[in-house]
Design a protein around this ligand. Structure first.
Ligand code: NAP
Length: 285
């Protein structure tokens, strides 16, 4: 079983650690079972797919910035990847056809405690970013029956196509698009979700798109701040929110749940998300 992660950069990734634990749980521990990190920039996507097909990989995960572009190369998709128009998990069938799945939707939702999932029914949510992770987040929020989603982006033209699609697919939800610079008063929101890489380990570490004094402070005290970034576990946004006494969710549980589902798709075997999370935490310490 040869598995891999493609995207760029990958130095922050915990996927190899998590899937190594999954192999153990599923008793697939022979030396031919591997999960490799294969850094792949957009201009190398075509040659990377040829490489994966011709070297007998069984499947791969897709991360920043390839979740949307990978759609162009898929021969089939599951319902969630179809809804999101992007995939984070690809299975390579014996005849070399590529089937795409979106397990980020499952991961995002499952990382929210049931009590908080219920409280999102009819709520107002603010989402930062409009890339691959944002699409999964938006679908999960629609499935949780939020009423209104305000999306703040740096490139309105890029995001407009996505919003037009979601307005058609989820007519009961109100989607609004704004320039990130206009992010200001947040008092009407029950949840804020960061889906951009701002705050992640590397060149964006220690940065946040939400000014603590001008914006974050205005969130109601009962609101949840969810950052899908998992490395570092506590981004500047999460640390600022905790300083203000807000509830927070980091990206680690989402990562683990999406990986659990991806592993099951590739292997038809189950694995233990608790052990996978512990492996990630141990690695980060
Ligand atoms: P992506 O498809 O490249 O999308 C990134 C989004 O962030 C785009 O909308 C991009 O805007 C926006 N962005 C980038 N830099 C920005 C800036 N300086 N200011 C404002 N917006 C900016 O990447 P992705 O796959 O969605 O991943 C995004 C992050 O989520 C990564 O850190 C990734 O590790 C994390 N993630 C975590 C999980 C998990 O399981 N926890 C799952 C998925 C993703 P443009 O369109 O203008 O470029």
């Amino acid at each position: 079983m040869k598995l891999a992660l493609i995207g760029y950069p990958l130095s922050h990734s915990l996927s190899a650690v998590i899937h190594k634990q999954a192999f153990k749980d599923a008793n697939i521990e022979d030396k031919n079972s591997t999960y490799e990190l294969l850094p792949t920039e957009p201009q190398d996507l075509v040659s990377r797919i040829k490489f994966l097909k011709s070297n007998n990989y069984s499947g791969f995960n897709v991360t920043i910035p390839l979740k949307v572009p990978i759609s162009l190369f898929l021969d089939g998709v599951d319902n969630d990847a179809d809804l999101a128009c992007c995939a984070n998990t690809v299975k390579i069938l014996p005849d070399k056809t590529l089937i795409g799945y979106n397990t980020d939707i499952y991961g995002f939702k499952n990382a929210i405690e049931i009590e908080h999932q219920n409280s999102l029914n009819g709520s107002n949510v603010v989402v930062l970013g409009a890339g691959g992770a944002a699409r999964a987040v938006l679908i999960a929020l629609c499935q949780l029956k939020v009423k209104n989603i305000d999306i703040f982006v740096r490139n309105l033209i890029n995001a407009n196509e996505m919003v037009t699609l979601f307005r058609k697919r989820f007519p009961d939800v109100n989607f609004n698009l704004f320039q990130i610079q206009s992010l200001n008063n947040l008092e009407k929101y029950e949840m804020l979700v960061n889906t951009t890489p701002i705050g992640m380990r590397g060149r964006y570490m220690d940065l946040s798109l939400v000014d603590i004094d001008l914006s974050l402070k205005t969130l109601p005290k009962s609101s949840i701040v969810y950052d899908v970034i998992y490395n570092p576990i506590k981004t500047k946004l999460i640390l600022d929110a905790q300083k203000l006494g807000l509830k927070t969710i980091n990206g680690l549980d989402m990562l683990v749940f999406q990986a659990q589902k991806a592993f099951e798709i590739w292997t038809d075997k189950s694995c233990d998300p608790v052990k996978m999370k512990l492996a990630a935490l141990e690695y980060l310490m």
